[in-house]
Design a protein around this ligand. Structure first.
Ligand code: MIC
Ligand code: SF4
Length: 649
């Protein structure tokens, strides 16, 4: 039987296991990336494991999420990261140089390679045939130390593209359409492999918008085959020699198939406050818009901003709408500036910002209270913009520019009738991506050879071995689709404590219940209870690390998001799956006891656990590989790795 493209790349990198759905496989990692807000833990754990040198072909440390450096804490973090990159052998991208995914695709991403990154949108270069997966920081640490990365072999789904995008429909609408159909949990346990005749009609950057936002479907990753578009892109970034042709076999078999006819697509928009609340733009037209932001790792490329610049050239943005353009990389800013587009946008009324994640996680450009903000980003979870009662819509750059002109949501096809000479800008790539590289410091040019830790850099907490008796209160009961932004928000006042776990923990789940952290510390043990898709969204391991620090021992949920589930194992918290009836039967404040000897049950491979709540007993499931069980039993991945190092002498 023929192989899918995913299977080919996995096969090439396979060091353990077999490519059978549901089986655990170990794969070799060629490249890793990390960013500033997950990176401090990555390197602190690298140090704590006694590792000495990066072992992957490429390791890159980006400073992109918090680049405004409001006080010394972020600057301390960035200095520490530069020193870690220099000490251990990673490339270092300075603050302001751009978002990790954008800078990575410009400089390092390559077809046929594997990439592991401590950021959930790591799958971005799947658009050029790299098998790229997001994970918690400690998984990146271990991979960077040269060990394989282990995952459960996902199902491989073919997303067959047919036809060609009509005018004003964009790559963003392709992924919004998939979100509309499949929902934010529709991709869990799956790799989406794009196939079909529509593929070749999309440029590499368009493909990367789609693979980037496959994360919002919960997919393990998304990948495109490579072809002349991939080669063309690599040539334009000056790395044409890294092109390899990668296609699935003609007789490859997929676990499922979804067909999207590109010709049927129209401008779409995700309404507040979930990326899958997608409707045609025309359905919400007329809603006034106070803020428009173009940028992020989804739509922050040169070729995403150029259409906006073309639409705004010689026109004015609405007086009632503040329009911000924040490119994804300094290279994109530099190129747009050299070609005069930055000046055109500024003349039209655009507030041109530095290349950073910033507003995407509520750092800067927080919307006014109870107002509509239209963004070209990938996530609009409630409160993520920095204000609780936000109304964030997600759309393409074209729809964003149309709203900026009109001051309200408008289908650009309708705006065409109102605005003289307005035309669909189409997709245009620069002849050459040729920005300066001064902000990227290679390991050879490193300026530090020892770690520099300021007062904001704390120690990595480590948990004791799993105990036999696990019992305590249901400290918090939550609904479906709880995001990591609920567990540990990323807004400025909180984000600066990412390297200071005791302080950061004070904010744990504060968005759901502001008494939680205090109650958890007091209770010294206890459970979290949640509905479906618990922990969706970001890769931030702090969403497991902080609950661990507060003493949480178990999470009972109807289902878990992939990265968060792995993070729970990595920090010694038992993730148990419960059915809907059990979920309904547990109330916040109930005393919960796992009747089994938990240590014994976890290590012996037991799958069903008896959970006593009040006088009633329920069944909860631990579906875990032997490795995951060992990690859990040891108290988490750091403790486990140390144990292993000691055992091997
Ligand atoms: C996000 O988009 O939520 C982030 C901020 O990029 C996170 C990483 C983090 O929390 O640092 C992600 O997506 O993994
Ligand atoms: Fe940055 Fe937003 Fe992309 Fe996360 S989703 S990497 S915060 S731009």
């Amino acid at each position: 039987m023929g192989q899918t493209l995913t299977e080919k790349i996995l096969d090439d990198h396979l060091v353990e296991g077999e490519l059978e759905t549901g089986e655990e496989i170990g794969i070799e990692i060629d490249q890793v990336l990390t960013q500033d807000t997950t990176g401090t833990m990555v390197w602190l754990q690298f140090e704590a494991m006694g590792l000495e040198e990066v072992q992957t072909e490429i390791a890159a440390q980006y400073c992109d999420h918090q680049t405004y450096q409001f006080d010394f804490k972020n600057t301390d973090d960035h200095r520490f990261l530069r020193s870690a990159a220099g000490t251990y052998g990673a490339h270092f991208s300075r603050p302001g140089n751009g978002i990790c995914h954008n800078v990575h695709r410009e400089n390092f991403a390559a077809p046929g390679k594997t990439l592991l990154g401590s950021d959930s949108h790591t799958p971005t270069p799947g658009g050029i045939g790299e098998l790229a997966i997001g994970s918690g920081g400690i998984d990146v640490t271990v991979a960077m130390g040269g060990a394989p990365y282990y995952i459960e072999m996902p199902e491989i789904v073919s997303v067959r593209l047919e036809g060609e995008l009509p005018e004003w429909a964009t790559a963003k609408d392709v992924i919004l359409e998939l979100l509309r159909r499949l929902s934010v949990k529709g991709g869990v346990g799956k790799i989406l492999e794009y196939t079909g005749p529509g593929v070749e009609t999309l440029t590499a950057p368009e493909r990367m918008t789609i693979t980037n936002m496959g994360t919002e479907l919960g997919a393990t990753t998304s990948i495109f085959p490579t072809d002349h578009q991939t080669e063309d892109y690599l040539e334009r970034v000056g790395r044409g020699d890294e092109y390899v042709e990668l296609q699935p076999d003609d007789d490859a078999e997929y676990d499922d198939e979804i067909v999207v006819d590109l010709s049927d697509l129209e401008p779409l928009i995700a309404q507040p406050s979930m990326p899958d609340k997608v409707v045609p733009v025309s359905e919400v037209a007329g809603e006034s818009v106070e803020q428009v932001i173009v940028g992020s790792c989804t739509n922050g490329g040169y070729e995403d901003i150029l259409p906006v610049a073309k639409m705004l050239e010689g026109r004015e943005t609405s007086m009632e709408t503040e329009t911000i353009v924040a490119p994804g990389s300094k290279q994109a800013s530099e190129m747009l500036a050299r070609e005069g587009w930055v000046a055109e946008m500024m003349a039209a009324g655009v507030n041109f910002s530095e290349a950073t994640c910033g507003a995407c996680i509520g750092i800067g450009h927080v919307p006014a209270s109870d107002s509509v903000s239209l963004r070209t980003f990938n996530r609009n979870f409630e409160g993520r913009s920095g204000i609780e009662d936000d109304n964030v819509y997600l759309c393409s750059p074209e729809v964003a520019a149309a709203a900026s002109i009109k001051g309200e949501i408008v289908d650009p096809r309708d705006l065409e009738d109102e605005v003289d000479d307005l035309e669909a800008p189409g997709v245009e790539l620069p002849d050459e991506y040729d920005g300066s590289k001064t902000d990227l410091i290679s390991p050879d040019e490193a300026v530090d050879d020892e770690l520099i830790k300021g007062p904001n850099i704390g120690d990595v907490p480590i948990r004791d071995q799993l105990s036999s008796d696990v019992e305590g209160e249901a400290l918090l009961k939550m609904e479906d689709n709880i995001t990591t932004d609920h567990i540990i928000p990323a807004t400025q006042d909180i984000l600066m404590y990412r390297s200071n776990v005791p302080k950061l923990s004070e904010f744990t789940l504060s968005r759901v219940d502001d008494t939680f952290a205090e109650r958890a510390l007091e209770a010294d043990g206890g459970f979290l209870v949640a509905g479906e898709n618990y922990g969706q969204g970001s890769s931030r391991e702090h969403a497991a690390l902080c609950p661990m620090y507060l003493g949480i021992e178990g999470v009972l949920a109807q289902s878990f998001a992939r990265i968060h589930r792995a993070n729970l194992f990595n920090f010694g918290i038992v993730p148990l799956t419960i059915d809907e009836d059990t979920y309904e039967s547990i109330d916040q404040g109930d005393e919960i006891e796992i009747v089994d000897d938990v240590y014994e049950a976890v290590t012996s491979g037991q799958e069903e656990f008896t959970v006593r709540v009040g006088g009633d007993e329920y069944t909860a499931t631990l579906d875990a590989s032997e490795r995951e069980r060992d990690i859990l039993a040891a108290g988490g991945k750091l403790a486990w790795t140390k144990e292993q190092a000691e055992d091997s002498g």
